[in-house]
Design a protein around this ligand. Structure first.
Ligand code: CO
Ligand code: ZN
Length: 330
C-alpha cells in the first residue's frame, strides 16, 4: 500500500494535475504500449489489442483552493476548486505546490458561527502583502494537508477521492495478463470542477464500453444520509448518481463478474454528486458506461476513510473486467 500513500500525497487540485500525473506515469509506463497526455491534462494509457475497446477512467485531480486576493496584511483570500464543506474548513492546513503551508482562518468570532467562504482566509505567516506575494501569487492553488495512515483494514488520508481509484486502476493494469481487449486506462483531469477532462478523453478514445472508478458516499456513520452503501462491504457497483443512469447491460456484466469470482460487492445509488461516468456516457453518440466505487467516509475532507479490503475488491474486479470478453456477454 506504499503506492496508495504516495498517490494521496501528490499535490494536484483540478487544473494542476502535473504532480500526480508524473507519479502515475512513472508507475505504469512499463505496463502499457503507449502513454499520452492530452490538451486538458488527461493521462491516457493504451494497452493494445484487437478485441473490445474498453475504457477505464479514474480522476486524478483533488479538491482545493485558488488564491483570488492578497490583502495588505498578507492574508490570502481564496475561492473553491471543487466542492468544499465550508463549515469544516476553519484551522485546516493547506499546501501550495511550491511547498508553502498555510492555516485557514475565519473572520467570524467565537464558536458555533457558520463561516462563509468569502470570510475565510489563508494565513501563511507573512507580515504584509509584499512578503506574502513573494511566496504566493493570485491564481495559485493549494491542496489540503492530510497524512495517509493505513492501520489494518482502514486507510485514512486526504484525497482518497480519487487517488484510491487511481490506485485501483494502476494495480489492475499491472495484473492483466493475456487478453485480446483493446484497453485504455485513463487518469482524468478536472473531475472535481465538473467532469471536464473525461469528456475530451472519451471523445478521443471512442470506447465500446466504459467504467468510471471513483469513491462513493456511505450511509453507515451517525451523520450519514440514508444510503445502502457500507464501508467494508465490498466494491460498490453503481446504478446511478446525479450525473448518470448506468447502462443496465454493463451493470449486469459487472455484477455477474463479481458474483462468479466471489468478489464482495454491493449496489450503489449516490443521490448527491456525480462521476466521470456522467461525461463519458454522453460523449460521441453515447457510450455504454458503468461505475465502480470505493465506499468512503468523510469525502472532501482531509480525513477521508476507506477499507483496504474494499479497495482490493475493486482491483480484483477491474482486473477481471479488463481481461474478459465483453461483447459476447453483453
Ligand atoms: Co470528489
Ligand atoms: Zn471523486
Amino acid at each position: 500500500m506504499e503506492l496508495l500513500k504516495k498517490l494521496t500525497q501528490a499535490n494536484s487540485p483540478s487544473g494542476n494535475e502535473g504532480d500526480i500525473c508524473r507519479v502515475i506515469e512513472k508507475e505504469i509506463k512499463e505496463y502499457c504500449d503507449d502513454i499520452k497526455i492530452d490538451a486538458l491534462g488527461n493521462l491516457i494509457a493504451h494497452k493494445k489489442g484487437l478485441g473490445d475497446k474498453i475504457m477505464f477512467a479514474a480522476h486524478m485531480d483533488e479538491i482545493g483552493i485558488i488564491v483570488t486576493f492578497i490583502d495588505e496584511n498578507g492574508f490570502i483570500r481564496f475561492s473553491a476548486v471543487g466542492g468544499l464543506y465550508v463549515k469544516n474548513m476553519v484551522h485546516l492546513k493547506v499546501r501550495f505546490s511550491n511547498g508553502v503551508i498555510g492555516v485557514i482562518g475565519s473572520e467570524e468570532e467565537g464558536f458555533n458561527k457558520k463561516p462563509e467562504l468569502s470570510r475565510l482566509y489563508v494565513d501563511i505567516g507573512a507580515k504584509n502583502r509584499e512578503e506574502a506575494e513573494k511566496k504566493v501569487q493570485i491564481g495559485d492553488t493549494a491542496a489540503f494537508i492530510g497524512d495517509c495512515y493505513i492501520i489494518n483494514d482502514t486507510v485514512i488520508s486526504k484525497a482518497l477521492d480519487n487517488r484510491a481509484g487511481c490506485y485501483v486502476l494502476i494495480e489492475a493494469l499491472k495484473r492483466i495478463k493475456n487478453t485480446d481487449n483493446d484497453l485504455y486506462f485513463v487518469f482524468t483531469a478536472q473531475e472535481e470542477v465538473g467532469l471536464r477532462g473525461a469528456k475530451a478523453a472519451a471523445f478521443a478514445v471512442k470506447p465500446d464500453f466504459a467504467v468510471a472508478v471513483d469513491v462513493t458516499d456511505t450511509g453507515d456513520t451517525p451523520d450519514a444520509p440514508v444510503m445502502a452503501v457500507k464501508m467494508g462491504n465490498g466494491a460498490a457497483i453503481k446504478i446511478m448518481d446525479r450525473s448518470v443512469m448506468c447502462d443496465s447491460d454493463v451493470r449486469t456484466h459487472l455484477i455477474e463478474t463479481a458474483r462468479k469470482k466471489h468478489i464482495p460487492y454491493q449496489l450503489e445509488i449516490m443521490t448527491d454528486g456525480g462521476t466521470d461516468a456522467g461525461s463519458i456516457h454522453l460523449s460521441g453518440s453515447g457510450v455504454k458506461t458503468g461505475g465502480i466505487s470505493i465506499p468512503t467516509r468523510y469525502i472532501h475532507s482531509p480525513s477521508e476513510m476507506a477499507s483496504v479490503k474494499d479497495i482490493n475488491s475493486c482491483v480484483d474486479l477491474i482486473t477481471l473486467l479488463a481481461s474478459d470478453k465483453w461483447k459476447s456477454n453483453i
